[in-house]
Design a protein around this ligand. Structure first.
Ligand code: BES
Ligand code: ZN
Ligand code: ZN
Length: 467
């Protein structure tokens, strides 16, 4: 844990040569400026420093040494300061105790850590600017750790993050919290009746599997988290074009989210009985690949005609969700990089949320607002299930129409969840296409902080009792 902490650009100890960062809100900037020495006022005005949100400046002393920074804060969010770790000169920093801008310690720590992140597994290590992590916030630290782990898992290329490595990641986290981890692998999937996971993953040289983690007290409400762990999505025989395949190492992003969320629940001892189910496969191409036109009888009993082998995420989730339903939990949440259509509808930054219970969805959305981790609800518009008609099976996994693709995918999943069980599905991009403050290019956790807050508020009455 300590190693990760310093990699995040944070340190527990205050360095003797640490520079003070004075956080000033946009509204307070003019008043603050008026209190500064003439030298500082001239320094800032001569650089046309206007006190806009996210503007910052190094402030020298009379000898030209820079021992102070002013940073203008637009609001109390992690992203208010997330640009600083990569833009400030290397060195140590701390929040100036005279800072007047409202920025919670959690947002300071989280924003700095999210902004300092670089995926350095295959690079020479660099040292970002380091912030003294003031105060004790075990919760914020765990949220940061989980968010960065999710990024790491997604960024790791498939060669080093296949179904087996994904299982090892689950086992490592499980061991930290005395959870029980098991895996049903390869041909055993057929014996144990997970035919869709087997069919999608059978062409890969690395065995498909259903990874399961169980933790917590049986007397507590049961929450099941499901993740799409497609470690690479070639599209299968309906092969993707080069552009569409380029980033498909991230197709296990849903699994990464589910695992990160599981860590958060365990580390913060949220009083739930937790089950994590990850369907881990590679959607590969070989002579034994599943084909368009094949019919698979799923675990739940519904037969599915394969219209397109690239609509594989909903297939592997179908069997995982069927098992989730058998456990009769209080709540099922699944996370999946399920459709390109969700991105067409909402763009890369807003995960699409679907739920069979609007009240539950509303609480998740509200948690997203509080956490500055937005999501957007989309409808389970039942008539669109008509797009998935098959002449030879109960259901097809896709159809000729390109209409409402993220909804038809969600409606497909819904068929595998008992109607009486509260269920939420997040179609999540899990990726930043470009580099932005606090949102480095590459793998990203989206809707994770929101999910944790939602679950903590729902199940852990030590938290958020007032709002
Ligand atoms: N993994 C993809 C979805 C995806 C693509 C997510 C790009 C994020 C970015 C998924 O398995 C897929 O290929 N879906 C198809 C479904 C279609 C064949 C019905 C899609 O969305 O095009
Ligand atoms: Zn696909
Ligand atoms: Zn996929």
């Amino acid at each position: 844990m300590t190693a990760l902490f310093s990699a995040q650009g944070l340190s527990k100890e205050r360095h003797p040569q640490s520079r003070a960062i004075e956080l000033v809100s946009v509204e307070q900037y003019a008043d603050w400026l008026a209190t500064q020495a003439e030298f500082t006022r001239n320094w800032l005005t001569s650089q046309s420093f206007q006190g806009r949100a996210t503007q910052f400046a190094l402030l020298p002393d009379a000898g030209g040494q820079c021992n102070r920074v002013v940073a203008v804060i637009g609001g109390d969010t992690p992203y208010a300061i997330a640009h600083l770790p990569k833009l400030l000169p290397k060195g140590h920093y701390h929040r100036c105790p005279h800072s007047t801008a409202a920025l919670s310690t959690d947002n300071l720590l989280l924003g700095w850590g999210l902004g300092a992140y670089r995926f350095e597994r295959y690079l020479a290590k660099t040292e970002p600017a380091i912030l003294h992590a003031e105060g004790q916030s075990a919760r914020a630290e765990s949220v940061l750790t989980a968010s960065l782990e999710v990024r790491d898992w997604i960024n790791t290329p498939t060669e080093h993050m296949g179904p087996d490595e994904l299982e090892q990641a689950v086992r490592a986290i499980g061991a930290d919290f005395q959870a029980k981890v098991s895996s049903i692998c390869g041909e055993e999937l057929l014996v144990e009746n997970f035919p869709t996971i087997h069919a999608v993953g059978r062409a890969a040289h690395r065995a498909p599997r259903l990874i399961r983690l169980d933790w917590g007290d049986d007397a507590h409400p049961h929450v099941v988290l499901c993740g799409k762990g497609v470690c690479f999505d070639t599209g299968g025989l309906n092969i993707k074009a080069a552009d569409g395949m380029r980033n498909m190492k991230k197709d296990m992003g849903g699994a990464a989210h589910a695992l990160g969320l599981a860590r958060l629940l365990m580390q913060n001892t949220v009083p739930v009985r937790l089950t994590l189910l990850i369907a881990a496969v590679e959607n590969a191409i070989a002579g034994n690949a599943f084909r368009p036109g094949d019919v698979i009888t799923t675990r739940q009993g519904l037969s599915v005609e394969i219209d397109n082998t690239d609509a594989e995420g909903r297939l592997v989730l179908a069997d995982a969700l069927a098992l989730a339903g058998e456990l009769k939990p209080d709540l099922i949440m699944d996370f999946a990089t399920l459709t390109g259509a969700a991105r067409i509808a909402l763009g890369p930054d807003l995960p699409a949320l679907f739920s069979n219970q609007d009240a539950v969805a509303r609480d998740y959305l509200a948690a997203g607002e509080s956490e500055h981790d937005p999501l957007w609800q989309m409808p389970l518009w039942q008539p669109y299930l008509g797009y998935l008609k098959s002449n030879v099976a109960d259901l097809a996994n896709s159809g000729a129409s390109k209409m409402a693709g993220c909804m038809t995918a969600a409606l497909f999943l819904q068929r595998f969840v008992p109607t009486e069980t509260a269920w939420m599905h997040l179609d999540v991009y899990s990726w930043n296409d470009s580099e932005r403050p606090g949102k480095p290019a590459g793998g990203e956790a989206q809707g994770l902080r929101a999910a944790f807050r939602f679950l903590q508020k729902k199940y852990d009455h030590r938290y958020f009792t007032d709002s």
